[in-house]
Design a protein around this ligand. Sequence first.
Ligand code: F6R
Length: 272
Amino acid sequence: MRVIIHPDSESASRRAAEFIAELVRRKPDCVLGLATGSTPLGTYRELIRMHRDDGLDFSQVTTFNLDEYVGLSPVHPQSYRQFMQQGLFEHINVDPNRTHVPDGRALDFETHCRLYEQQIAEAGGIDLQVLGLGSDGHIAFNAPGSSLGSRTRLKSLTGETIRDNARFFGSEDKVPRLAVTMGVGTILESRRCLLLAFGTHKAFAVRETVEGPVTAQITASALQMHRDVCCLFDEAAGRLLVRRDYYNEVEHAQRLLEQGELRALGIGRSEV
Ligand code: F6R
């Protein structure tokens, strides 16, 4: 795992957008996995700015969202489809036919989930999956206890997630109890993952995800098994990390490598 700790969520979000933009420039027909929630909003705002000011072109990009609430129509103001429309899709030149969000009103969820996985496979798999982190360590709606091999399926929301998300619905009793979500196994098949977490309320989940054991009780910890994960945290979310000095050193060295400052790293310097 590459762990990058930024002083604040604004600069971390800009960095996340730069990761995504770099992929879109290098592979214009890439497949992006997207998340909802408050965490990626700053990243999406920056992508919108890059599209507007720098001409970042999304016309050939395909997107798949992680999840959707069951029972909400795509035009419901709290549906994740609406969230994506308003937070990103309507402000960039992505082809609407290439944007995919699970359908919360499907009647046969088993078939719908299987088809969603099939669509991801037919698109060539996800190149870069953006992930937020639940305060209980979940990714997508994979609550503690979810199988680390799970696929797209129906899941019950936990009490903690219902309480966390009540702010969007006005009260807890209005939050849907079920969601369709990509599984942990589905997420682990993405070629690259970008995990974002901001704020002191995420600090415990961040520490368990990065430095705790791999366990289904913290589904994000399964990312330790993935070969290409980049974590972008702000100071508050990273405050409980024991090895933060080491992550900062690694990041410094990585920066020098990327800038070609090989001598500063002792590469090509022979000392007897
Ligand atoms: C959203 C999602 C969730 C959120 C997580 C954090 O698509 O899959 O796992 O990423 O609940 O939510 P926020 O960002 O609102 O703190």
